[in-house]
Design a protein around this ligand. Structure first.
Ligand code: LLP
Length: 457
């Protein structure tokens, strides 16, 4: 039985405990945040977000993107852009938020296994930095739409081909994407990946800027990414050889064009996607972004790829997960003798569906005694009308937990707010960023009236 205090590595960089035992983030006590903004509340350490973006930029260099699906709002899109990362957007909606935030379209990378005509057309007219092509149907659609838009002076749209590398990463099956049986990408094994790349090379109005793969999410073993990059380097080599005449060879390979297509001077891009895992539980530990990049780049170098191939990535979770935490108020303590104790909080599956979807585990602690021993085993549940509405199935909390306590689940910065819903017409929480003693609301709390805002009458 665990009876240890919460582990430091699950808390944002700026977390401290004041003399009374209260956790502070960004120099502000959590109880003050709860008093000012209410609960449930998402609290992010802005400096932590910036530090992880800088680490990613430093480790991967030019072209690294933040996978915005992990957490996106206007402030986040701006922060990521200010820190020099591109933004991976996987829908028209994510693209719209990024553009509204003022991110230049050239810094966007558009994904999607079923991009609509309107999505493709708006990406082309914005001139997004990259479109990652996922299927032959999409290639066909792009060809048609480009042919209607093409005019003199229009620069070719940079495309990347999404490769399915056939790698089964050790993670939850719902967030595994690189195995052969997947809706994503072109298989290397059956030759589709090469055919798709060749077809794009021959198309008018577009250019092949690189290859992309993503093997899944919440992966701790960097060996999977090493395996992935080897496959990408191998495929780039095959492409350079097979289509050297049209392409001018890989950059620096002496080919006529001195570039792989007309992509930017940084060279032909091989993006390994996102997927780096983070620790959610005290006894877990994950590789840092720097370690991940170093391991992958080293293997890419050893795989005999052209040194001017640009290896990039698009982490989501590793940038935002630990920066964020959720504050709840304990509303009910129900002790069923001989069975278990239920702590009900004022949120649940509507602000964090991950436990229900993936059986994900979290830790919990009380804001007022952040580093206290946690000796009482409880089940933390939400306020929704389902028994599956579990926040932490098997949590250890301080023995004196009681109604009115401010309870914190750390590491909720990724795929929490972004997957939140209005189930049971529960308004979504506010999102607050803290830094150097200041707090700002970056997403306001929904009101009860918001629960009817889409109703037609
Ligand atoms: N790139 C692509 C193409 C992706 O599909 C994803 C995530 C990422 C990058 C970022 O992956 P990350 O670094 O965040 O692992 N809702 C799930 C995670 C789904 C991930 C989907 N794709 C969860 O809560 O665990």
């Amino acid at each position: 039985m665990r009876s240890t205090p919460i582990a430091r590595h699950l808390l944002p960089d700026s977390a401290t405990v004041d003399a009374s035992g209260m956790l502070c983030v960004g120099g502000i006590r959590l109880d003050e945040l709860a008093d000012s903004f209410g609960t449930p509340l998402f609290v992010y350490d802005e400096d932590h977000l910036r530090a992880r973006c800088r680490e990613a930029r430093q480790a991967w260099g030019d072209g690294v993107a933040y996978a915005s699906k992990a957490f996106l709002c206007i402030a986040m899109a701006r922060l990521v852009h200010q820190e020099g990362l591109r933004l991976d957007v996987a829908s028209e909606g994510e693209m719209h938020v990024a553009i509204k935030a003022g991110v230049p379209p050239s810094s966007l990378v558009l994904h999607g296994n079923n991009k609509s005509d309107s999505e493709i057309a708006s990406a082309l007219s914005y001139g997004v930095g990259r479109m990652v092509v996922d299927s032959f149907d999409e290639i066909h659609r792009i060809e048609e739409i480009v042919s209607k838009m093409d005019g003199p002076g229009r620069s070719p749209q940079a495309l990347m081909v999404r490769i399915n590398p056939g790698i089964e990463a050790h993670t939850h099956e719902y967030v595994r994407t690189g195995q052969a049986d997947s809706k994503f990408g072109f298989s290397i094994d059956n030759g589709d990946a090469l055919s798709a790349a060749r077809r794009i090379i021959q198309m008018k109005g577009v250019e092949l800027a690189g290859l992309h793969a993503h093997i899944g999410s919440q992966i701790f073993d960097v060996g999977h990414f090493e395996e992935e990059v080897k496959l990408l380097v191998g495929l780039a080599g095959e492409l350079a050889g097979d289509v050297g005449a049209e392409m001018g060879g890989l950059p620096g390979s002496g080919g006529a064009g001195e570039s792989f297509g007309a992509c930017d001077p940084g060279g032909f891009e091989l993006c390994i996607g996102g997927g780096l895992g983070v620790a959610y539980l005290s006894d877990e530990s994950a590789p840092t972004i720097s370690r991940w990049a170093q391991a992958v780049s080293q293997v890419a170098g050893e795989s005999g790829g052209d040194p001017r191939l640009r290896i990039t990535a698009e982490p989501g979770r590793a940038i935002v997960a630990v920066a964020g935490m959720t504050l709840y108020t304990v509303g009910t303590v129900k002790d069923i003798a001989g069975i278990r104790t239920y702590l009900s909080v004022d949120g649940g599956m509507s602000d964090n569906p991950r436990p229900v979807l993936y059986g994900s585990g979290y830790e919990a602690f009380l804001a007022r005694e952040a580093y206290a021993e946690r000796s009482r085993r409880v089940r933390i549940v939400g306020e929704h009308c389902e028994s599956g509405d579990i926040v932490v199935a098997d949590a250890m909390v301080p023995a004196d937990v009681s109604v009115g306590d401010l309870l914190v689940t750390p590491v909720t910065g990724a795929y929490g707010y972004s997957m939140a819903s209005n189930y049971n017409k529960v308004p979504r929480p506010a999102v607050v960023w803290v830094s150097s003693g200041g707090a700002k609301v970056v997403v306001r709390r929904e009101s009860l009236d918001d629960m009817c805002r889409l109703d037609a009458g």
